[in-house]
Design a protein around this ligand. Structure first.
Ligand code: GLV
Length: 328
């Protein structure tokens, strides 16, 4: 008997087809939204799940004696998982690191550029037919090359952004992280560790790439924004909830900082209504890793985690270790 696999959200048909050779697959290709009850029931009747960052796996969803043996997240972030609860309940968690690092860093840089150079604001102006003539100060933005890049969170994606900034754009790169990088990595990224206050005060462009947790909730709120330069820009490609979006909207309205670029939002897909009305914010719908090649690589790695676990008892990129529980 093949193990039963729940594919929670639409993914590439080619990946579903190859998973169907090893699993009895139930797949939500129609993208039907899960109610909490339907989700709990679906999890209760499957041995494995391929999830995305919006599908919660926690003690409530799993119940006391879960049938589920593994949840493979098609994302590097995993704040939708309660990993300690999964470990206690004997459920393996896996994510998709590395395959999206460079693509996500590209997008982070694109948002820095678009925000600093006011690209969406000026495009809206053009599309609205408001462009009558060239003007010396039209959409004059902030310099990117040669400016100071601040990076909060210095994992793989933060490091890839640092390399782009330092080596490609001649930026001075400062970062803050729970702990400093080793000297060799710092040197390779041409990045200097500073405390958070220095980072906030010195960055011309601040980019957030730290994981979401209770500890990083509202890492950037009104107090932090007040320490930033009035000419600074803020980019969030990490997770909603790391920024206090209401405080940011107010700061953007009051021109406390120049502009922001946001790919993630508190309570997404809902977006704070004030952000939608402000001209000085670039808004994108959580697409930082979204190239065809990278999304396919993420889906494939999530699938490979499932196949590997049922073949060998081990996922390829696990987030936890649980005492051996029969995989079949
Ligand atoms: C996307 O947000 C991811 O965590 O991969």
């Amino acid at each position: 008997m093949k193990p039963k696999l729940l594919v929670a959200r639409p993914i590439f048909q080619s990946v579903i087809d190859s998973l169907s050779e090893k699993f009895e697959v139930t797949s939500n290709q129609s993208d039907q939204a899960w109610t909490p009850d339907a989700w709990q029931q679906a999890i209760a009747s499957h041995d494995a799940a391929l999830t995305t960052g919006s599908d919660p796996i926690n003690a409530l969803v799993l119940g006391a004696q879960p049938r589920l043996k593994i949840a493979a997240n098609m994302a590097v972030g995993f704040n939708n998982f309660d990993v300690p609860a999964m470990t206690t309940l004997g459920v393996i968690a896996s994510n998709t690191p590395d395959v999206l690092t460079e693509t996500t860093a590209d997008f982070g840089f694109a948002l820095i550029m678009a925000t600093a150079r006011r690209m969406t604001e000026s495009e809206h102006y053009l599309r609205a037919g408001l462009w009558k003539q060239w003007r010396y100060d039209m959409f004059a933005g902030a310099e990117v090359h040669g400016s100071t890049l601040g990076i909060l969170g210095m994992g793989r994606i933060g490091q890839a952004i640092a390399r782009r900034g330092a080596l490609g754009f001649g930026m001075k790169v400062f970062y803050h992280n729970r702990s400093p990088l080793d000297a060799a990595t710092e040197n390779e990224c041409k990045a200097t560790y500073v405390d958070k206050e220095t980072l906030l005060k010195t960055a011309d462009h601040l980019v957030l790439v730290l994981p979401y947790s209770a500890a990083s909730h509202h890492s950037i709120g009104s107090k932090e924004i007040a320490q930033m330069k009035p000419t600074a820009t803020l980019v969030n490609i990490a997770r909603g909830g790391i920024v206090d979006d209401a405080a940011l909207a107010l700061a953007l309205k009051n021109k406390q900082i120049a502009a922001a670029g946001l790919d993630v939002f508190e309570g997404e897909p809902a977006v704070h209504p004030d952000l939608l009305t402000l001209p000085n914010v670039v808004l994108t719908p959580h697409i930082a890793s979204s190239t065809v090649k990278t999304r396919l690589a993420m889906a494939q790695l999530a699938a490979d985690n499932l196949v590997s676990f049922f073949a060998t008892g081990h996922a390829l990129t696990p987030l936890n270790q649980v005492p051996a529980k029969s995989a079949t």
